[in-house]
Design a protein around this ligand. Structure first.
Ligand code: MCA
Ligand code: AMP
Length: 499
């Protein structure tokens, strides 16, 4: 079933009720709320505009636009016409976008706010700004057709960086999204009257799929902030019942003077994920508000995998139990399953699991076991009841404020800078973002100025990936095999941000 058809089925009885209520971050006020009818009609008009631009089922539509209600309608419009939605982080640079365009070979590229690169020419994709596309779409009747889709047809390709430094497009199917959305709607107890406070970006799984699908399946009102702003979120909490965020949301709310239980009286559920929630933040939040944050775990390739229970014990430092129909196991390096209590790599299987990496069948095969389990690269243990505790990452990944940064990609850019002989990029503890990016460099002759490094990175690398601390050394520590010992560097520079 086309995911849009399922969503429509769920909000069809609430077409005159509010859907997205845009709120300016600064003052907490905003434009009039869209109704579910506005969302349905807007997405139908955009689907028509995409079809007139030549989008056929299976065609990719690449989108890099600021967060707005129109952007959500565009996502739904792509689903309606059977297209494959390819969202990009708004922080991506031209160089990064150029790679995604060449890799995904989209039929249409929508960038915003108003028309970067339009009009498209020649054989390439049509390039159009979201404002122009919206205006164009509004001058036609809505196109009500919802393209039938099979379970395994693609709904989205979400890029996730890789250990090789090259981004990989995770192919996400309609079944992946419907099964995950329905499971979360159920286990998180969504009920009539729930109002979601939405302050996440909508180019990643968390803000786009997890938050919006659960709300739309519930025909809920969504208080829609352009970005996370602790003061604005605090002001809107009394109008909401559910907040989903990365751990930084919660530590920043705690830093608001006087923040406490009075702010949270209407809230029934705080959800955290995308990065580890520390026991300290979990404990402080409970002490100040009385709420035990519900932590869950997921990844781009599998949507949500485990969750602490809604009713039952939410244990700090654990990510709870597998979602319905999702299987998890902990395996040693040889793929042999380990008994409860032992630490190994978490492997998973279920209807949430992606179809593979776009155009990279060998890469997909490398991460799949013969019996269909996917190797997550996260290190975990299971307790006797099946509760999952993440204890680290096997993969060389830094998570800053919920955004993933793969060291290899940063190292590749640094190594291109004149005067840099080699580099090693690591994560160091960071009070606000969880982890911060640190670069350790070896000079060809003399160290390069920080400003020169920053300017060089600006040209090719989204700014959230930039190291904010640079250290020059005579040589990098290596093991007998010649491999850089990142664990030694992580220990040496552990106070880089919080020292
Ligand atoms: C912004 N900056 C960052 C980050 N965000 N640097 C490192 N890491 C970040 N996450 C930099 C900007 O480049 C800028 O630097 C400066 O910080 C201020 O930018 P601003 O936009 O004002 O930052 P902010 O508003 O304070 O944003 C912090 C944030 C935001 C609220 C934590 O990053 C955020 O909303 N994160 C959520 C990420 C997310 O949705 N992850 C889900 C992925 P300069 O001035 O030098 O340019 S999905 C996933 O992981 C799986 C599936 C899962 O389980 O959910
Ligand atoms: P992404 O590829 O952006 O979807 O990031 C997925 C990765 O984020 C996972 O493989 C984990 O390493 C990490 N992650 C997600 N949720 C949690 C969590 N609750 N605790 C710790 N790590 C998490």
């Amino acid at each position: 079933m086309n995911l849009y058809a399922l969503l429509y089925e769920r909000f069809e009885g609430a077409l005159d009720c509010p859907s997205l209520a845009p709120h300016g971050a600064a003052d907490g006020t905003g434009d009039p709320a869209w109704t579910y009818r506005d969302l349905d009609v807007g997405s139908a008009r955009l689907a028509g505009a995409l079809r007139r631009s030549g989008v056929e089922p299976g065609d990719r539509v690449l989108v890099q636009v600021p967060k707005s209600a129109e952007a959500v309608a565009l996502y739904l419009g792509v689903l309606r016409c059977g297209g494959v939605y390819v969202p990009l982080n708004t922080a991506c640079t031209e160089r990064e976008v150029a790679f995604f365009v060449s890799d995904a070979s989209p039929r249409v590229v929508v960038r915003g706010p108003s028309g970067v690169g339009e009009p498209g020419s020649g054989d390439g994709p049509r390039a159009v700004g979201i404002d122009s596309l919206w205006r164009e779409a509004s001058s036609f009747d809505p196109d009500p057709v919802i393209e039938p889709r099979a379970d395994d047809d693609l709904a989205a390709i979400c890029y996730t960086s890789g250990t090789t430094g090259r981004s990989k497009g995770a192919m996400i199917t309609h079944r992946n999204l419907t099964s995950n959305g329905l499971a979360l709607h159920e286990i998180w107890g969504f009920e009539p009257g729930d109002v979601l406070l939405h302050a996440l970006p909508i180019f990643h799984v968390h803000g786009l799929f997890v938050a919006l699908h659960t709300a739309f399946l519930n025909a809920s009102k969504v208080l829609f902030l352009p970005r996370f702003d602790a003061a604005a979120v605090r002001r809107l909490l009394p109008e909401a019942t559910v907040l989903m965020g990365v751990p930084t949301f919660y530590s920043r709310l705690l830093a608001e003077p006087g923040f406490g239980s009075a702010d949270c009286e209407s809230i029934r559920l705080f959800v955290s994920g995308s990065a580890p929630l520390t026991e300290a933040v979990f404990g402080d939040f409970q002490a100040r508000t009385g709420h035990r944050i519900l932590e869950r775990y997921g990844m781009t390739e599998a949507g949500m995998i485990t969750s602490n229970p809604l009713c039952g014990d939410r244990v700090a430092g654990t990510v709870g139990f597998p979602l319905p129909d999702v299987e998890v196991r902990v395996a040693g390096e040889n793929g042999v399953e380990l008994p409860a209590g032992e630490v190994g790599t978490l492997e998973i299987r279920g209807p949430n699991l992606f179809r593979g990496y776009w155009g990279l069948p060998e890469k997909t095969a490398e991460e799949m076991r013969g019996d269909g389990f996917f190797v997550t690269g996260d290190l975990a243990s299971l307790d006797a009841e099946g509760r999952v505790t993440l204890v680290g990452r096997g993969k060389d990944l830094i998570i800053a404020g919920g955004f993933n940064v793969y060291p290899k990609e940063v190292e590749d850019r640094l190594d291109e800078v004149a005067g840099v002989a080699e580099s090693a990029v690591i994560g160091a503890p960071h009070a606000d973002l969880g982890e911060g990016v640190v670069a350790v460099l070896v000079a060809e002759e003399a160290p390069v100025e920080d400003d020169t490094l920053r300017a060089a990175l600006d040209a090719g690398l989204a700014r959230y990936k930039h190291p904010r601390r640079f250290y020059w050394v005579g040589e990098l520590p290596r093991n007998a095999m010649g491999k850089v010992q990142k664990n030694v560097l992580r220990e040496r520079y552990r106070d880089a941000y919080d020292g």
